[in-house]
Design a protein around this ligand. Structure first.
Ligand SMILES: NC(=O)c1ccc[n+]([C@@H]2O[C@H](COP(=O)([O-])OP(=O)(O)OC[C@H]3O[C@@H](n4cnc5c(N)ncnc54)[C@H](OP(=O)(O)O)[C@@H]3O)[C@@H](O)[C@H]2O)c1
Length: 299
């Protein structure tokens, strides 16, 4: 199939593009900086192009003769804390890409959202992801869509476990942690790629959303301890009261790369666990974090 993937050069995109390129699909990958996607450009059926995906004329060109559009674009932080950056990257881009895909007579639109996405959620991230879902659901009937909503995603190249591993090595295992009791069900990146693969042709996944969770519910503190154990670092998590956690987020908001932000703190005030089991509905038996991480560390 001819597939255009927005946001396909990142962590999830790398798994999905590699899988679909192996299956022989022809993939167009726009990027703001194609030099960061050299690992994907070497795949024979993948074309990486420099593009500003926020420009409607560019989207029209990218989607010409495509059968499927996938939108994986997402940010965890914006400049400042107004919500404008989140709205642009999540909601406005989704609206523009739905319009461009419909005009180009694309038949499938696969949308990456996030578990907890909600127009009335506590953070800019979750609200903008919720609004983006509304744009997808309002797509014209000629554009058949599927929404995928994962909990936090782990994989060998994720930013979550790798960041904690680096921090634990630096801090000799001492980890003051905001929202340490927030709950997640980490889901493996290859299971997320499988969900997109199963949604490729529509059928039972047509005009439906799938919440994706791994098999274990973990608190943030459990997750950090698990990373420490696999790294061989004796770990002491110090749960921070919310007032101090908020202060930590406010300070880190001003550090380069925003390792943690006020908006991240607000996202952590709600649990990130599934009520609806999308993996089972898609026929996926999700892998557990500990066993999977142990296997790739010993590989
Ligand atoms: N990772 C998780 O734990 C997790 C959990 C739930 C949901 N999600 C969602 O899954 C999607 C993929 O996540 P990921 O972890 O693969 O992210 P990632 O590694 O940071 O990749 C993000 C991609 O989006 C593009 N991008 C980022 N900011 C953009 C902007 N302002 N305008 C246009 N393109 C932009 C980047 O493309 P270029 O830099 O090449 O232009 C990159 O390909 C996101 O929508 C995210 O919200 C992720």
């Amino acid at each position: 199939m001819k597939i255009a993937i927005l946001g396909g050069t990142g962590f999830v995109g790398t798994s999905l593009v590699t899988r679909w390129a192996r299956a022989g699909h022809e993939i167009t990958l726009p990027s703001r900086d194609p030099s960061r996607a050299r690992h994907l450009a070497v795949l024979p059926t993948v074309r990486v192009v420099r593009a500003d995906v926020h420009d409607p004329a560019t989207l029209a060109r990218l989607f010409r003769s495509c059968e499927v559009v996938v939108n994986l674009v997402g940010i965890l932080n914006e400049r400042g804390d107004s919500g404008r950056g989140f709205l642009r990257a999540h909601a406005e881009l989704t609206r523009k890409s739905i319009e461009a895909a419909s005009a180009a007579k694309v038949s499938r639109y696969l949308h990456m959202s996030a578990l907890g996405a909600d127009e009335h959620g506590p953070s800019h991230y979750l609200r903008s992801k919720g609004l983006a879902e509304r744009h997808v659901r309002a797509a014209p009937l000629t554009l058949d869509w599927t929404i995928i909503r994962p909990s936090v995603i782990f994989g060998a190249r994720d930013s979550l476990t790798n960041r904690f591993a680096a921090l634990l090595r630096l801090s000799r295992g001492i980890m003051p942690l905001a929202r340490a009791g927030a709950r997640f069900a980490p889901v493996w990146v290859e299971d997320v790629a499988s969900a997109f693969d199963r949604a490729l042709h529509g059928g039972p996944t047509s005009r439906a959303s799938f919440d994706l969770c791994g098999p274990e519910i973990m608190t943030l503190a459990d997750l950090v301890r698990c990373v420490g154990e696999l790294e061989g670092v004796r770990t002491h998590v110090i749960p921070l009261p919310d007032a101090i956690g908020r202060l930590q987020a406010a300070i880190m908001d001003f550090l380069p790369g925003k390792p943690f932000s006020r908006d991240n703190f607000r996202s952590l005030t709600v649990d990130n666990i599934c009520r609806d089991d999308g993996c089972t509905r898609l026929g996926i038996r999700p892998a557990a974090l500990r066993g999977t991480m142990r296997a790739w560390k010993s590989a």
